[in-house]
Design a protein around this ligand. Sequence first.
Ligand code: COA
Length: 428
Amino acid sequence: MTLLRAAIVAGLRTPFVRAGSEFAQLDVLELARSVTVELLQRTELDPKLVDQVIYGNVTRPVQYANLARELVLAAGLPTSTPADTVTLQCASAIQAITDATNLIERGYADVVIAGGVEMLSNVPIALSPQLARAVVSASQSRTLRQRVSSFGSVRLKDLPPVAPAIAETSTGLTMGQSAELMAKLNGISRADQDAWALGSHQKAVAAWRNGEMKQEVAPVYVTSDGGRAVTCDNHIRPDTSLEKLAQLRPVFDRAYGTVTAGNSSPLTDGAASILLMSEDRAKSLGYAPKAMVRSYAYAAVDPAGQLLLGPAYAIPKALDRAGTTLMDIDLVEMHEAFAAQVLSTLRKLDSNEFARTELGRDQAVGCIDPARMNVRGGSIALGHPFGATGARCVTTLANEMERQSARLGLVSVCAAGGVGAAIVLERP
Ligand SMILES: CC(C)(COP(=O)(O)OP(=O)(O)OC[C@H]1O[C@@H](n2cnc3c(N)ncnc32)[C@H](O)[C@@H]1OP(=O)(O)O)[C@@H](O)C(=O)NCCC(=O)NCCS
């Protein structure tokens, strides 16, 4: 049996902007629609050929139980196109891409749009469970008296709205506190975190200046306030420096911490869509794939430990499945939730002890040359719309692999819950 391969034909994202800024008045569906329509137009793909849409999203407004299906309808894809929304926290778009890969490799689909979106400017704010139960009970009541009595057990403390927290349900620790813990356990210095953050900004600035970034970012048209086109990311700081970064106060452990606003990814709005096809369909339609999905893997760690270390376990699994080693990987896109998480992961991958005790291997997985990593900047500079980041990473990697004629590339994303995801791409 010939193995079908999934091809990355094209990818596009919106500008990534700080939550509460340029996209604050936009709807999450509009953001996803905008980039998906632009992807279809730029690739000149007949929408009728799309077999399925899979979209990642984490903080979904209540009206979009299946955001991906609404995206199909809003983007003018045929109403017969099935669609599903997936959530794997910060790795949601990676889940969408690997689900699309599975469909294509099984021969169940030839053309899939996979991606993700996040609108942290407009997160679902819920009622407390007690108040929510009372509202449901009141809506089912037949008389005014019953309706009023539904609220009898509601106390003052039940009235404030409940916003989603970037914290673990099982431990109560926020992502930032977990990054602090990782910095301390792995001895990652403040200076090293700031240097990583500076590099992230410098590479992002360079990628915009030399025109490479423009290739993967589509403008978003905001129609409120007289209308305007948002064309650029707005968190990148061309003027940042080690001195400025060193002055920032730690956020998550004010007394002894090292994680600051400067060496963390910011809360961000944005969307990204990728067009995947079976190799044969791409060929017959005249597309030249940028990269093929060679393998992928997921892993998970105890959230009470090093929460964001999942990729250190997923990467070796994905490499084994691809039949390759880190040494042969030409380019790496590693999601930067925090500089402390990136540096911890790199250190573990290069540790013989970690390999022996945690992975059951004789030798370290290997060392990644930072010059081959996140070459157009990472999430610290670009921003991190949870649902979209995985698609941003895969798009950039595929574009860079094409530009540099690289043979093999690796993407990794850490996610809440202790999950890590990795994908190995190869040039066709
Ligand atoms: C870290 C965090 C709390 C910071 O939020 P914030 O306080 O709104 O951050 P800001 O961007 O306003 O930055 C705070 C200050 O640092 C400054 N700053 C931030 N980055 C800087 C940089 N690279 N260089 C110089 N100054 C910088 C800002 O200018 C601001 O200064 P001001 O107070 O004088 O205006 C927030 O971004 C966060 O929660 N990030 C983590 C998100 C997360 O957990 N994601 C999940 C990952 S898996």
